[in-house]
Design a binder for this molecule. Sequence first.
Ligand code: PRX
Length: 650
Amino acid sequence: MNKNIESLLSEKRVFKPAKDFVKKARIKSKAQYDEMYRESIAKPDKFWAREASELLWNKKWTKVLDWSKAPVAKWFVGGQLNVSENCIDRHLDGPRRNKAAIIWEGEPGEKRTITYAQLHDQVCRFANVLKRNKIKKGDRVLIYMPMIPEAAVAMLACARIGAVHSVVFGGFSSESIKDRLHDSKAVAIITADGGYRRGSIVPLKKNVDDALKLSAAEVKRVIVFRRAGNDIHIEEGRDVWWHRELEYVDANCPPVPLDSEHPLFILYTSGSTGKPKGVLHTTGGYLLGAYCTVKYVFDVRDEDVYWCTADIGWVTGHSYVVYGPLANGVTSFMYEGAPNWPDWGRFWQIIEQERVNILYTAPTAIRAFIRAGDQWPLKHDLSSLRLLGSVGEPINPEAWMWYHNIIGGGRCPIVDTWWQTETGAIMITPLPGAIPTIPSSATLPFFGVDAAIVDDSGKEVPPNVGGKLVIRKPWPSMLRTIYGDHARYKQAYWSEIKGVYFAGDGARRDKDGYFWIVGRIDDVLNVAGHRLGTSEVESALVSHPAVAEAAVVGRPDEIKGQGVVAFVTLKTGTKVTPGLREEIRAHVGNVIGPIAKPDDVRFADALPKTRSGKIMRRLLKQIASGEVVTGDTTTLEDLSVIAKLSAPEE
Ligand code: PRX
């Protein structure tokens, strides 16, 4: 048994919601949660219709859910609404008009506050820029931006006119941009000259230029925001400056009422095979999921400053920096740079200064803060915090306790939220005023989420027995398809166990019904909270001229959760030179992005394979983790391969 699971099984500390938190909470007890949960499962139409009525609809739906063509879901059939109108316009008539929608801090330290009225003005103007540049409803627009308010403005402007955005994380390479352009058939790109990261400038526009050199696909327009002031190339007839375009437009741009199932965005994420999948989310159900989870899970108040530290390039940035908080009329804080720039005190200084009330971050960051030392947070007044959240990977008990004690001062509930790009919104989580928490358990399903642990045949397993985490009923913010590949949608999510959504994670459920997520059981790694497909990294490795074959596995990593280990065989005649390992690592960084760089590259004469030629990953995982190879090796073609791999040369 690995150490992580062992410590999970022995974890018994229970933290009840504090009395003064409960007093103000929307859901105040487990009994109240139970009752609402029961209704949400037994009468989902009634439950979701009531929640959806809190959003602004231009036309009411005729049917809450159409699941007759499962696994194709249609939510709020016949309804029409606009996401940007829900996130902005509907707050303009009341006291939120001049409230901060976004408070932003750049890495160099400058600050901006954008009220809901100002955000409205900026989004309307930029939506008119999109129209002026012939971007229409249904067109795909790739967004490759730093963490600046204009990234949110670009997303909301697309939503306003019904264009479908696809945000690409600013840490991804030109090769990755090219692949996403091709797959989404985007007609335009919104980018910036550069963005700040740890004191240097990330050349975003140059990466876009390089991607377009690799293949221009269908891109007709590149709109460039001036952020870092670095020199860039402007291609006449294709590239335009954001600020110049604004001179030609006014602020009059009514939101377009869109069908509830109109696509809102495509977000690429890694799967266990092939290239990243374009997860497609639509309008009504997605917005409802993001809205409702922010309302209940973060239990937001009008006076809150809420900070989700995720980049808008990930789904967490979509649902919990932009759409969820703004739909609730909350102040969303955004920070451009790295947590350790100029030092490890940056986050805590921001919290003190902005009086942040809710912090939502990732275990990998928490573990890095632990390593950096308690002196950094202890220097700052963190008493404004009232709620903490964790997302992206399992949080180990030690990190949970540190977060609770050092950051939360022992008084803040922690919501450990399990969900995925595909689920659109939080699926398993404590409700902070209602559910006692136990370090490392994501606790109970959110409303409407019929989660279960099953064996390979789909049968629910008894308490405390590990199995596959599945969702048995459709939920509003579920993905609708994989863009351009509906067969893959059915195959990837709905075929492993017939009739239910399989999430790719292994978990167990204890006798109280609490979920304990163990992690991915497919060939997907979770490195510092970021999803990486082993096959993606492998194809990047074999595109290096010296590499003949490669197999990639994860190994436990104290900070990042998982590290990437690549086993590589070289082409005949290739010598292992001192620089080759670093060159191969850098190559993967160039092909995918720095997050995919293997931590360790091991050269091998051969990879362990079964007699039918399948790479035996189980053995490689054990070798990568420094474990003794155990288990069945009878199908292995050549036992001596193991001996060689187990003793890496150095
Ligand atoms: O393995 C689970 C892990 O992250 C995966 C989803 O990754 P992604 O689509 O990139 O979305 C990340 C942000 C939601 C899941 O399959 N994961 C996410 N949250 C948790 C988690 N594992 C354990 N506990 C969590 N709270």
